[in-house]
Write a protein that binds this ligand. Structure first.
Ligand SMILES: Cc1cc2nc3c(=O)[nH]c(=O)nc-3n(C[C@H](O)[C@H](O)[C@H](O)COP(=O)(O)OP(=O)(O)OC[C@H]3O[C@@H](n4cnc5c(N)ncnc54)[C@H](O)[C@@H]3O)c2cc1C
Ligand code: SF4
Length: 439
């Protein structure tokens, strides 16, 4: 069935985020790779945040989706239940918007029999990961860390991808690092291109064209025209929402197992805290179904009336929940309802944050919540133990693979980039090892 000896067959990789950039780099050379990316080359947000804080007073900011007008690399949608979903559209996908956290979260994949040890080792050799930022923490962060320690929460400085020894502590991490400190998947993309891969930006993939059970290529469509691009193998890495959308338009249904890792911030006023100029998520502690970390939440700061305080005078804790795999997309909308158990754990997190604030001398009545948001979608074509070696869900044609968060069996409840890249590396090895079916 598999053709031996023929080289440089054509692979189309859809998306250039954590999964897509990794696959493109791994496959280029064995295949002639073209990366199709819906967004444009990523540029950090150019405007002064102090200036926007002034504009905020005018009341012009009322819907989070306005961000896209000034920062097209950040896509914002709202679920039918009004949760704000954030993801990246541009080279590097969501990774340039990330806070650089690098945590291995492959427990559930391991449980299925998928061993990623080798891939994580390779990533650790290639990507600078450290807690160097700790030596420059500001007094507020140091104080918060000590409070967590004193309450027995065992906080850990967050390992970060990049050269954090050079971090200027400007606090703009989620807007794209203006100083090139953070590592993101554009590095792998650059390597893929330097090896000969072709990167096409501004190219939104509509669907995979399938005939007699095999993919023939991809249809790219905009409002005015539609174009067919042939390929021997197709790797979808358009992210936890983008890939299921493409599959659906290709006649391949996904399951209603969407997770998003909801984020809720719990905040209070504190004069001259300067958390807005600190590296985002400098440390964290882990609880049963959620993590807690200091985080200045710009989404709430700009759009939530309760947050109309000076940026320098807010202290905020983030609760990041590992939510139930229950959510779907239909009628052009994302549907994501928190289950009772999700709500219980979020509430538990809020109580813990109140306890942390109380240790800072801040009363319960002075604490306010942020906007419920999320930025780690995935899980709609989850791997099971049956695919532990093929890494190929049976719903897909033989020559179509998925290599992004869509495959994760459960919500990681924490930073997934490293795990997605390790999985994408293994999928690439599998494609190289077993070849692709003859067309
Ligand atoms: C504010 C924020 C901070 C974060 N911080 C961290 C962190 O510190 N550490 C961490 O591990 N994770 C972090 N994450 C999450 C992480 O960035 C994502 O989970 C991860 O990038 C997902 O990888 P992916 O390959 O599944 O998709 P993405 O990285 O989102 O890439 C998908 C790509 O596909 C493209 N695309 C979508 N549809 C199409 C289409 N139809 N045609 C062509 N291209 C398409 C998109 O433009 C995008 O480039 C953060 C997320 C957010 C929102
Ligand atoms: S805080 Fe550091 S990593 Fe974050 S954007 Fe500023 S310089 Fe870059």
């Amino acid at each position: 069935m598999f053709e031996e000896g023929r080289k440089m067959r054509k692979a189309l990789v859809v998306g250039s985020g954590a999964g897509g950039a990794t696959v493109a780099r791994e496959l280029q050379g064995t295949f002639d790779v073209t990366i199709l990316e819906a967004g444009k080359p990523f540029r950090p947000f150019p405007f002064s945040l102090d200036l926007l804080e002034q504009v905020r007073k005018s009341g012009l900011f009322f819907d989070e989706r306005e961000i896209q007008w000034v920062f097209p690399a950040m896509k914002i949608r709202k679920t039918s239940e009004k949760m704000v979903l954030v993801n990246g559209i541009g080279t590097g996908g969501t990774t340039p918007l990330s806070t650089g956290n690098a945590i291995r979260l492959d427990g559930d994949l391991k449980g299925l029999g998928i061993d990623l040890d080798r891939e994580f080792e390779q990533l650790a050799q290639e990507i600078p990961i450290s807690t160097d930022h700790q030596s420059c923490w500001n007094p507020t962060t140091r104080n918060l860390f000590e409070i967590c320690q004193s309450l027995g929460f065992h906080p850990q400085p967050t390992p970060k991808m990049g050269n954090y020894g050079q971090c200027t502590h400007c606090g703009r991490c989620v807007f794209g690092c203006p100083f090139g400190v953070k590592w993101d998947s554009r590095q792998f993309l650059k390597e893929a291109v330097s090896k000969g891969a072709q990167l096409v930006t501004g190219c939104r993939v509509d669907s995979v064209v399938i005939e007699e059970g095999m993919a023939k290529g991809i249809r790219v469509a905009n409002r005015l025209s539609s174009r067919f691009i042939p390929a021997d193998v197709i790797i979808l890495a358009a992210g936890g929402l983008g890939t299921p959308e493409i599959l659906k338009r290709s006649g391949i249904p996904c399951s209603s197992c969407l997770f998003v890792d909801p984020v809720l911030c719990v905040a209070s006023e504190r004069k001259e805290a300067f958390q807005n100029t600190e590296v985002a998520m400098p440390f964290f502690f882990q609880r049963d179904r959620y993590m807690v970390s200091p985080y200045f939440d710009y989404l709430s700061f700009f759009f939530d009336r309760k947050w109309r305080k000076p940026a320098t005078g807010i202290v905020s804790w983030m609760i990041k929940l590992s939510d139930s795999n229950e959510g779907s997309m239909y009628g052009g909308k994302v549907h994501k309802k928190l289950t009772d158990s999700d709500r219980r754990y979020l509430q538990e997190g809020v109580e813990i944050c109140r306890e942390l604030f109380s240790k800072m001398g801040i009363r319960k009545e002075e604490v306010f919540l942020g906007t419920l948001n999320a930025g780690h979608p995935g899980g709609m074509l989850p791997l099971s133990e049956h695919e532990a070696s093929s890494l190929h869900p049976p719903a897909l044609p033989e020559n179509v693979y998925v290599a992004d968060a869509t495959l994760l069996p459960k919500s990681p409840g924490g930073p997934p980039i490293l795990t997605i890249m390790a999985l994408a590396m293994k999928i690439s090895s599998r494609i190289k090892q077993y070849g692709i079916p003859c067309s």
